[in-house]
Write a protein that binds this ligand. Structure first.
Ligand SMILES: Cc1cc2nc3c(=O)[nH]c(=O)nc-3n(C[C@H](O)[C@H](O)[C@H](O)COP(=O)(O)O)c2cc1C
Length: 366
């Protein structure tokens, strides 16, 4: 595949769809129930226009951000997605190398098919000599807190610099494409490697990830007492919960509806962002994911108050189309589009992206 002939995330998706087993394509592309929220995430960006300023730009635009002490060359992070070995043989090793090459932050999914220690080692080996790549770890709090402690220890030992706790999954979302396709288990030889050999298990045993509707804010307090790492919550959607999260001392929020894969018919994250900005009042950094496919989407999210965005499916499409190189090219395309959009907005850098650049508007993007 000549990756240089692909110019958009949507083109990567089309190639991925051609290459992948349709069962896996559906697992990745799909969302829960009627997929209203999957579409809303895309439409939300389409319904906003950009209103550029003129005669105040700059030849060089600095796109770098610093998050919890780690610098990323751009405000586009890799959101956590499960099971990368479904789409490319190297799995999360390829993703980690792509993130290191593009000099951005990868949030490694707890449900990865390569253990976090190996993912971190791959990132370090691929990064330029003078640069330490940044990995964060996405965590589903396990009702057995000893298991959670063991997972945190694995992530910390691997050198992860933050924990991103996903709180929108008291139970698993219902992707009806998976039911129709009878896709319920990973193929033989693949497993959630972070859950291998936990305490008390037979050697080689891999636990299932447990979802727990009983989790409460007390567990967030417990977590903060059991780690030195910054704790971000991913999947808070009600602005009141955003306030509560900040009161409980979380270090940041990743405004996310899980790419439309948990509760269906929740709003597009970009539509919720202004209310979140108000609720959080600048007390912690706000990140956003869901439906980011273009540089213009990134600019809209940053102008409305996010410090960075995450991309989920675009990275998986990149991996499916061309492994490490494919994921790297997706990140570079998004970086180029972001830089180009910043220039066209008459901005000198990210600090110039202010809410007045965004207006309600146009129509559907697709
Ligand atoms: C195939 C797939 C697997 C995912 N796995 C996880 C996961 O393990 N943990 C998690 O917190 N979010 C998971 N997500 C949600 C992403 O982190 C992210 O919120 C979402 O993909 C963003 O939307 P986008 O795909 O439109 O960029 C997954 C999403 C997809 C598409």
């Amino acid at each position: 595949m000549d990756l240089d002939s692909l110019f958009t995330v949507d083109e990567f998706e089309a190639v991925a769809q051609r290459k992948l087993d349709p069962v896996y394509y559906d697992y990745i592309a799909g969302g829960s129930r009627d997929e209203v929220t999957v579409r809303a995430n895309l439409d939300g960006f389409g319904r906003l226009s950009l209103l550029p300023r003129v005669l105040r730009g700059s030849a060089q635009r600095d796109l770098a951000v610093t998050l919890f002490g780690a610098r990323s060359s751009m405000p586009i992070l890799i959101s956590p997605t499960a099971f990368h070995r479904l789409v490319c043989t190297e799995g999360e090793l390829a993703t980690a190398r792509a993130a290191a090459r593009a000099d951005t932050i990868m949030i490694a999914s707890m449900a990865s098919t390569v253990a976090v220690g190996e993912v971190a080692a791959a990132a370090r080996a691929a990064a330029p000599a003078d640069h330490e790549p940044t990995l964060w770890f996405q965590l589903y709090l396990q009702p057995d807190l000893d298991d959670t402690t063991a997972l945190i220890a694995r992530a910390t030992k691997a050198g992860c610099k933050a924990l991103v706790v996903t709180v929108d999954s008291p139970v698993l979302g219902a992707n009806e494409r998976n039911h129709r396709n009878r896709f319920h288990d990973l193929p033989p030889g693949m497993a959630c490697e972070n859950l291998r050999n936990l305490r008390g298990d037979e050697p080689g045993n891999v636990r299932q990830i447990a979802m727990s509707p009983e989790l409460s804010w007390d567990h967030i307090d417990w977590l903060r007492e059991h780690t030195e790492l910054p704790v971000l919550l991913k999947g808070v959607l009600h602005p009141e919960d955003a306030r509560i999260a900040v009161d409980h001392g979380v270090s940041g929020l990743l405004l996310s509806n899980h790419g439309g894969r948990q509760l269906d018919t929740v709003p597009a994250t970009i539509d919720l962002l202004p209310e979140f900005v108000e609720a959080v009042g600048g007390r912690v950094p706000l990140l956003l994911d869901g439906g980011v496919r273009r540089g213009t989407d990134v600019v809209k999210a940053l102008a409305l108050g996010a410090v960075a965005v995450g991309v989920g499916r675009p990275i998986v499409w990149g991996l499916a189309a061309g492994g490490e190189d494919g994921a790297t090219r997706v990140l570079e395309l998004l970086r180029d589009e972001l830089d180009h959009t910043v220039a066209l907005c008459g901005a000198r850098g990210l600090a110039d992206l202010t809410p007045d650049l965004v207006r309600p508007a146009a129509g559907s993007r697709r």
